[in-house]
Design a protein around this ligand. Sequence first.
Ligand code: NDP
Length: 348
Amino acid sequence: MRDEHRPAHRPTLGTVMPSPTRVLRLARRPRGLPTASDWSLDAIDRVPPQDGQVTVEVTHVSLDPAMRGWIEDRPSYLPPVKLGAVMRANGAGRVVASCHPDLAEGDLVTGRFGVREEATVDGRSVQRIDPDLAPPETWLGLLGGTGLTAYFGLFEVGDLRAGDTVVVSAAAGAVGSVAGQIAKLHDCEVIGIAGGQEKCAYVVDELGFDAAIDYRSEDVATALTDEANVYFDNVGGEILDAVLLHLAYGARVVLCGAISQYNSESAWAGPANYWQLLLKRARMQGFLVFDYVDQYPEARARLAGWLAEGKLRAREEVVDGTIEDFPGAFLRLFRGDNIGKVVLRLKP
Ligand code: NDP
């Protein structure tokens, strides 16, 4: 008979030392762009896993624009990160101690570990990744939330059809670059909107988009001459308004994100041109990638297949550093410094 007081799976404590481990906490709610003093570093005792848990050495922290929303004190799809709490973050890592029957020391996994060097979490909350298929940074990007967001946004919300004209904003970014490539794979005409000539050249020359508009030097409403059947909107604000003027009859506007508004200190800019939805019998629909969690395995398998066949290209902007580098790396998203998925790599 099992002793109720003994864990069913004994932790492999060899690598979990009683020495401290570091975490990054939210010290203050930012006003506008987050600054270094909005965060604080702390050293805490390591926590050995209990029954069903694993301890993970965090090797990669995913940097996502949504994190800006998570630190606002307002109702959202997840509770706000509390002041003083460890910053919420998705990441990848290596299991260093396991009390979960299906996970062993050395397994590589992804999960919501937070901005910390080591995390002890419920084993059911992590996903094992195959490093032979792709490196951890790609499992946070094209094969992770990023790729899945592009996939479900296009197919489930955008109702993508062959021959569609698809316009994508933040086109050289993590989600946008995958969305545009998937649309190309489905015989669509794809027009990217991105900041700067380098990004525009990247999406056309390297990813095969049909055209790109540099919103920093061009007026999007004038430069966009095609009618969009699908607009995959990552940015909101003025660019959303400009594209609304160019919808095809029955268009689908996919509200994926609104990064242009995330640091706004005043009311968010709403779409002045929403009346176009009526004129064009179009619809605008928001979504969260989590809405499709039941379909993740199938979607991930398709994305992995396209990646293996060379039909999709994954690009990551890997920042090597420690959790102290999180605040600076996070800002890259809002300055538009990145092409592809931004990942902070703590360990090779
Ligand atoms: P990206 O890799 O696209 O990085 C953000 C990019 O946004 C920057 O590189 C920059 O590109 C652009 N940007 C930043 N500020 C502005 C601005 N003021 N105006 C216009 N563009 C701006 O990030 P992700 O791919 O991770 O995320 C893209 C969007 O998708 C975000 O809005 C995010 O919140 C959303 N998202 C939604 C999910 C969902 O479930 N609905 C899940 C995951 C992401 P540039 O230089 O071209 O301006």
